[in-house]
Design a protein around this ligand. Structure first.
Ligand code: NAD
Length: 422
């Protein structure tokens, strides 16, 4: 995997400026949205298993909340820093606006490698981070969710710590302080698969528009965690053939195709990793990116399709399951090469849509059936895709810029209606 790192937040600004210029956005509102509202950095101590006290640095960036409470994931990874959190928080504002949700945008995380920690250490790190964030999160204020290397268990620890620090009376009406929770702790059926389901729903919409038969299509996936594995699961239901998968442990390829469900079961028993999966061949990162396939689903980290790697791609469509996998320079190369792209803010938006339905159920003390949740997610994703696609045609632009225009138009209208205090 490519590891060169540049400022993600600069990339967001390039994308933002392109759309704001094209739609001739109100200057004052453009100023507001070009900055983040709050940037919270906390340093906190944790007692490790060997008895030593270690200091950790955690981030929570809140970009904008004109449309509703801040919303966005928490990531545990050595690459987490303020710049990344600012970029990811800003993308959340666009994403929730594109999906038509009553949310703003936030993101955060802790800079460390969770694979080097025991479960006990992970729990203590998570609880101290939640405690350090204090009132900077809240069920009607800022609602975290899972992201890279965090999941339902992380959310359960955050929930428990948050509730334990509230007054008795507040505890039972604060379940919606985090989403992506385990089912018994107020999670919703369908949230686990929501993002992958949405990724494949947008691919199916694109395929219909571009006359690509998914039943005969081939694809490759980078990242086989929550988003990558569920995307592959739903691509199988469309009849598509998985040729290769890359994750942190290696790259596997099979000309005959890899069965996503078998790989999911294998990875579950192999600490989430795909290495040593039988009857496949190992290929290099460069070979992986150069494979001829119909669809490439990046579902790991940002900055993967760059000036150097975009010329290698041999696919018809890039469906951004991950956030920020494509740099602005690479976007231009893909466009010149006629490779389609479904942007992250649309492609993976079903994650936050699923979170919204979990949040609603918690607020109303309801439990919905899986089919109901999935049906509601499908409707919202298809509506968002249609809106972005229509906007792209109207402005004669790419889907990413169109998605930004949809989001910025919604935000601009809200600011114009409400004005600026005082
Ligand atoms: P995850 O932790 O479940 O999985 C991450 C995957 O990426 C793992 O398979 C890991 O092996 C792989 N990976 C990590 N480093 C890698 C490397 N250097 N090379 C190759 N593979 C590598 O995370 P996730 O929740 O699936 O998130 C993946 C992406 O999707 C992130 O960009 C995240 O922001 C985005 N996203 C997630 C959700 C969600 O609901 N979980 C929603 C929207 C967007």
């Amino acid at each position: 995997m490519t590891t060169t790192h540049k400022s993600l937040y600069e990339d967001v600004q390039v994308q933002f400026n392109k759309a704001a210029d094209l739609m001739n956005m109100n200057k004052g509102i453009r100023n507001i949205l070009s900055q983040t509202a709050n940037e919270i950095v906390v340093h906190f101590p944790v007692k490790m298993d060997d008895g030593q006290i270690k200091m950790f640095t955690g981030y929570r960036v809140q970009h904008n909340n004109i449309l509703g409470p801040y919303k966005g994931g928490l990531r545990y990874h050595p690459s987490v820093d303020l710049d990344d959190a600012k970029a990811l928080a800003t993308w959340m504002t666009w994403k929730t606006a594109i999906a038509g949700l009553p949310y703003g945008g936030a993101k955060g995380g802790i800079q460390f490698d969770p694979t080097k920690c025991s479960d006990g250490e992970l729990e203590r790190i998570t609880r101290r981070f939640t405690f350090a964030l204090g009132n900077n999160i809240g069920p009607e204020y800022d609602i975290p969710a899972p992201d890279v290397n965090t999941g339902p268990q992380t959310m359960a620890w955050i929930l428990d710590t948050y509730l334990s620090t509230r007054s008795q009376g507040e505890r039972n009406n604060s379940l919606h302080v985090v989403t992506g929770k385990p089912l018994n702790s107020g999670g919703t059926l369908g949230r686990d698969r929501a993002t992958g389901y949405g990724v494949v729903t947008t691919i199916a919409e694109w395929a219909r528009d571009h006359k690509l038969d998914l039943a005969k299509a081939t694809y490759i996936v980078q990242g086989f965690g929550n988003v990558g594995s569920w995307s592959a699961y739903f691509m199988k239901q469309k009849g598509a053939k998985l040729l290769a998968v890359e994750d942190v442990s290696g790259i596997i390829y099979s000309e005959k195709g890899i069965d996503p469900e078998e790989l999911i079961t294998f990875a579950k028993n192999n600490h989430g990793k795909i290495s040593h999966y039988p009857n496949v061949v190992a290929i290099s990162h460069k070979e992986f990116l150069s494979l001829k396939a119909d669809v490439f689903i990046p579902a790991a980290l940002s900055n993967q399709i760059t000036l150097e790697t975009a010329p290698l791609l041999n696919v018809k469509l890039v469906a951004e399951g991950a956030n920020g996998p494509t740099t602005p320079e690479a976007d231009l190369i893909l466009q010149e090469r006629g490779i389609g792209l479904i942007p992250d803010v649309l492609c993976n938006s079903a994650g936050v849509i699923g979170s919204y339905f979990e949040w609603l159920q918690n607020k109303r003390s309801e439990y919905w059936e899986m089919e109901e949740v999935i049906e509601k997610i499908k409707k919202k994703v298809i509506e968002a895709y249609a809106n972005v696609s229509k906007t792209a045609k109207a402005h004669k632009t790419d889907l990413r810029t169109a998605a930004y225009i949809v989001a910025l138009t919604r935000l601009e209208k809200a600011y114009i209606e409400r004005g600026i205090f005082p």
